[in-house]
Design a protein around this ligand. Structure first.
Ligand code: URA
Length: 234
């Protein structure tokens, strides 16, 4: 892609600002000074601006430990959104959340620049497993397990069979393969449980990194990314 377009996508300035940078000789690619804004360069190449190395990859996939109280939305006039927790470069590269977690749900949220990966991960056809730890107000009973396994009838659809594993009286691990609005909360409510806390632990082969604290993000490793891509036949 054009060098000036790459620098703009990386959030280094407007098109005219980065053109000025390039013309004054501030930019090297692959160790070579480039003064022509329209020069064709490869994203991911070794890039320096004013002698500082800049990560020039335009494809990024991150995991976030989503904290409670923030919206999974690109923007919102009033509430804080997950986008505000991203490194600025990811915002300018237009990293988007993969599906949604409710405002009060915590845990693993993926964000990616790769539209096809996102699309496949949320497609109901692919039945990617999502694992949640749910804390509820009333004690779980063994019949909850069989009701989840049979597929719960909700007001507007019947949920696909899901796995409910009781951890203790008020806590269970829930595995679902679809992601309709408020799905896990609604399934629990259908069994008479109000959800007090909901935390996503896994999406497909990927687990939330225990080293992340609420609000923190990190890029996926190559191995994690290829595992995720494999899970959706990419
Ligand atoms: N199910 C819910 O009810 N809420 C979430 O945030 C995710 C799954």
């Amino acid at each position: 892609m054009r060098l000036d377009a790459l620098l703009t996508r990386l959030g280094l300035g407007s098109r005219s600002e980065v053109q000025r940078l390039i013309r004054r000789g501030a930019v090297t690619v692959g160790g070579r000074g480039i003064r022509v804004p329209g020069e064709n360069v490869q994203p991911g190449a070794l890039l320096t601006v004013d002698g500082q190395a800049v990560d020039s990859r335009v494809e990024r996939t991150l995991m976030m430990y989503k904290p409670a109280g923030v919206l999974t939305a690109a923007r919102d006039p009033k509430a804080a959104t997950v986008m505000e927790l991203l490194p600025p470069v990811c915002t300018s590269l237009e990293c988007m959340p993969v599906g949604r977690l409710d405002k009060d749900t915590t845990g693993l949220l993926l964000l990616t620049t790769d539209g096809e990966l996102a699309h496949r991960l949320i497609s109901p056809k692919r039945e990617i497993r999502k694992v949640y730890l749910a804390t509820v107000d009333t004690p779980f009973i063994p019949e909850d397990v069989s009701a989840f396994a049979q597929g719960l009838a909700l007001s507007d659809f019947t949920a696909k069979p899901a796995l409910l594993e009781i951890v203790d009286e008020h806590t269970a691990r829930v595995t679902v393969t679809e992601g309709k609005y408020h799905q896990v909360r609604r399934m629990l409510a259908a069994r008479g449980h109000d959800t007090l806390a909901l935390h996503r632990e896994r999406v497909g082969p990927l687990a939330l990194d225990p080293a992340l604290r609420p609000g923190e993000t990190r890029e996926l490793t190559e191995t994690e990314l290829s595992g995720l891509r494999q899970a959706v036949d990419l």
